[in-house]
Structure formats: structure tokens, C-alpha cells
Design a binder for this molecule. Structure first.
Ligand SMILES: Nc1nc2c(ncn2[C@@H]2O[C@H](COP(=O)(O)OP(=O)(O)OP(=O)(O)O)[C@@H](O)[C@H]2O)c(=O)[nH]1
Ligand SMILES: [Mg+2]
Length: 230
């Protein structure tokens, strides 16, 4: 069984191209969830498909971003009220049994909850198929202490538990709500702040899920496919 899983993982990853994962009509389907406050977390078994997870402050536009990435409007539930996503939601993307998995996380910060943070922590420390963590920053706001804490923490966790210093996952910044960015200088400030706290964080991709057509999404799709090839 394990051998079959390894073989199928090799198949999944060898053929990854942007057009094979995200064709004009992208196949994306709900593949399970992991819930906070469980005595033992039950993780969806997705046969080792590569995964990426999207985190960020509550209401920063994570779920809207994933709708844009999959070309949907309501696949990922969104709300103008912070705290809409309350569990880790797994979505398989790509034809047949899927090529990769997108994971939508609850938000952190003043409007987040400790148990959501614990679930995220368990995910990033144990999920071996995790390839890249995407951290979203609302283009209207400066980083706050929660963002700084998350960036520092991810910088440590990237290498945690690996003897030879092998990186367990990479971290990519994404500026959301780019339609509301006050200025280019503000973006440069955000970029600098991110690097101050996470020097290895990949430079921000600027996006807007609200613009028609959405902005920066092709770059993000390419980035996701590249992350999942590794
Ligand atoms: N202006 C603008 N608003 C956006 C954009 N993307 C999302 N929003 C709005 O931001 C709000 C929050 O969006 P969500 O996608 O639910 O944010 P989230 O980070 O998933 O929120 P939680 O799950 O509550 O943490 C909604 O009112 C969205 O319409 C964008 O690109 N531009
Ligand atoms: Mg959400």
C-alpha cells in the first residue's frame, strides 16, 4: 500500500504545469476539514498530494484569494465579518483525483482564537506533504504584532526538527486587497517589514480578488504549482 502511495505521489508531482493544474475551467472540490478543540485531530487522508496553506490575520482576504485562484465565487466561504473560517478546509485541485491541495485556515490576531492557532501549529509541525505557507497581508494595513509573531515563528518552524538544516517548507508573502493599497511607498514599507521579521520569506505577490479580472492571480497560481513541484 505504501509503495502504491509513493508511486502515485511521484505521478502527481511529475506532471505539474500551470495549465494542467489550473486549466480554463479548474476542477476544485472540497476534500475534508480538520477541526479545533478535538482530543485528537483527524486529518483528511489525501494520499500524499502536495499541499499549500493560506494563513493571515482574520479578514485579510484568505478565502476570497482561494476563490480567485480556483476561479470560483463561493467555493471558499467569505464574510465581511472577521472569523468566518473556523477550521482547516482542504480542497483538491486539478483533474481526476487532483494534483495538489489548497488549505484555507482560520485567521489569527485579535479576532482569532487560541484553539485555531493550536490547530494551525499542529498542521505545520506534522503535515509532511506541506510545501509552502502563504501569509496574507491586507494591503491597507501595516503589519501588527501578530503578523510579526507569525513571521518570526514560521522562520523558526521552516527548519525545526531537521538535523541537516533541510527546509521543511517555504514561506511566501501575499499582499491582498491590492485595490486598496495607498501607494507604492506603502507597498515598499510592507515588503521591508516582512523581510525584517522573516528574511527568508519570498517577496510579496500583490493581488486583488475584487478587481475584475482579479489581479495577481496568475502569478500566484504559477507560484503554487512551483511550490508543489518540489
Ligand atoms: N477591497 C477588497 N476587499 C476584499 C478583497 N478580498 C476580500 N475582500 C473582502 O474582505 C473581507 C474578508 O474576506 P475573506 O475572504 O472572508 O477573508 P478571510 O481572511 O478568509 O477571513 P476569515 O476567514 O474571517 O479570517 C470580505 O468582505 C471580502 O469581500 C480584495 O481583493 N479587495
Ligand atoms: Mg476565511
Amino acid at each position: 500500500m505504501t509503495a502504491i502511495r509513493h508511486a502515485s505521489r511521484a505521478l502527481h508531482t511529475s506532471a505539474l504545469t500551470v495549465s494542467s493544474v489550473f486549466p480554463k475551467t479548474t476542477t476544485a472540490e472540497y476534500a475534508g476539514a480538520a477541526f479545533p478543540d478535538q482530543t485528537e485531530t483527524r486529518w483528511p487522508d489525501l494520499h500524499g498530494l502536495p499541499e499549500i496553506i493560506v494563513t493571515g490575520r482574520a479578514n485579510s482576504g484568505k478565502s476570497s484569494l482561494l476563490n480567485a485562484v480556483t476561479g470560483r465565487t463561493g467555493l471558499f466561504h467569505t464574510s465581511s465579518k472577521a472569523g468566518r473560517t473556523r477550521q482547516l478546509n482542504f480542497f483538491r485541485v486539478g483533474p481526476q483525483e487532483g494534483k495538489l491541495v489548497l488549505v484555507d485556515a482560520p485567521g489569527y490576531g485579535r479576532r482569532g482564537r487560541a484553539s485555531w492557532g493550536e490547530l494551525f501549529e499542529e498542521y505545520i509541525t506534522t503535515r509532511t506533504q506541506l510545501k509552502r505557507v502563504y501569509v496574507t497581508f491586507n494591503g491597507k494595513h501595516r503589519l501588527n504584532e501578530y503578523d510579526e509573531g507569525m513571521l518570526k515563528h514560521l522562520s523558526e518552524q521552516m527548519f525545526a526538527g531537521t538535523d541537516g538544516g533541510k527546509q521543511r517548507f517555504t514561506v511566501q508573502a501575499v499582499v491582498t486587497k491590492g485595490d486598496e493599497l495607498p501607494s507604492k511607498d506603502f507597498l515598499n514599507e510592507l515588503r521591508q517589514q516582512i523581510w525584517d521579521y522573516a528574511p527568508l520569506c519570498l517577496p510579496p505577490i500583490v493581488t486583488s480578488s475584487r478587481m475584475v479580472p482579479p489581479f495577481g492571480i496568475d502569478a500566484l497560481r504559477r507560484n503554487i504549482v512551483e511550490a508543489c513541484q518540489g
